[in-house]
Design a protein around this ligand. Structure first.
Ligand code: KIV
Length: 274
């Protein structure tokens, strides 16, 4: 069964946690889908995690569409969220055009940062499902500092969340805010919240897939490494290198042979003619 926003809402209402993870390519999407991930984020984190960019600001619509199409091909049950990248939603018309492009290429919901009332209203009035994004906003805040630690900032975030819900967003991502604030916002909203680095009480959690698999060298306080693919990958590649150099790979089981008669004929021809 393909998951949808009603499924995610029911999970919140039944106090079941929503499991989200970033996905950027076809094989990973297949595996995440098989493992039962509820929401796959084709986020602009693709820039720094996959494309080697220095910042989220370098990510383009073409980048997101390229990775989104691959993820869609590998997904049958998960709900797919795609980011509108930096500077792709400056006006309501531009946002609508780009959101439609993401939907046409496989997104079920689109995410954009901040409280952009006019833009969000315009998208929702065109029946587009929108996920808000509050707290740390990587497209405009390069420094990864916890947001909403003071009363004033926390109040502003709560008000922003309520405004976005009132306008009609279906879901809200809360990035890098104190646990207490994540809990208050989650309890005050009727739509699901997904947290990253925002404590234990949001309706769901999302992490960068590279971090949980130990693909990237960084160790973040907000993430947990469940496997060390850096070591496993270097080990596997090192073993392959050694086996190629030592003529161990390919071995008999990896090769194909010609039929004896065909080979004999070929050898005779080579000897005769070359
Ligand atoms: O860009 C992204 O993948 C995100 C993460 C913070 C989940 O929004």
């Amino acid at each position: 069964m393909k998951k949808n926003s009603a499924y995610l809402l029911a999970k919140k209402q039944n106090r079941q946690k929503i499991v989200a993870l970033t996905a950027y390519d076809y094989p990973t999407a297949l595996l995440e889908d098989k493992a039962g991930v509820d929401v796959m984020f084709v986020g602009d984190s693709v820039g720094t995690n996959i494309l080697g960019y220095d910042s989220e600001q370098e990510v383009t619509m073409d980048d997101i569409v390229h990775h989104l199409k691959a993820v869609r091909r590998g997904t049958s049950q998960a709900y797919i969220l795609a980011d509108l990248p930096y500077a792709s939603y400056e006006t309501p018309q531009q946002a609508l055009g780009n959101a439609k492009k993401l939907l046409a290429n496989g997104a079920d919901i689109i995410k954009l940062e901040g409280v952009r009332e006019e833009i969000v209203k315009h998208l929702i009035s065109h029946d587009i499902k929108v996920c808000g994004h509050l707290g740390l906003l990587p497209q405009t805040q390069q420094e990864k500092r916890v947001q909403g630690k003071s009363f004033e900032q926390a109040k502003e975030l709560i008000e922003g969340a309520l405004t976005l819900q009132r306008i009609g967003i279906s879901m809200l991502l809360l990035e890098l805010i104190p646990e207490e604030l994540g809990q208050i916002i989650t309890e005050k909203l009727s739509i699901p919240t997904i947290g990253i680095g925002s404590g234990r009480f949001t309706d769901g959690q999302v992490l960068i897939v590279n971090d949980i698999l130990g693909i990237t060298p960084r160790k973040l306080k907000l993430a947990k490494t469940y496997q060390n693919y850096q070591n496993l990958t270097v080990q596997a590649i090192g073993q392959y290198k050694e086996e190629v150099e030592q003529n161990v790979f390919p071995s008999e089981e990896n090769v194909r042979h010609m039929a004896q008669e065909e080979l004999q004929q070929l050898i005779e021809w080579v000897n005769r003619s070359l």
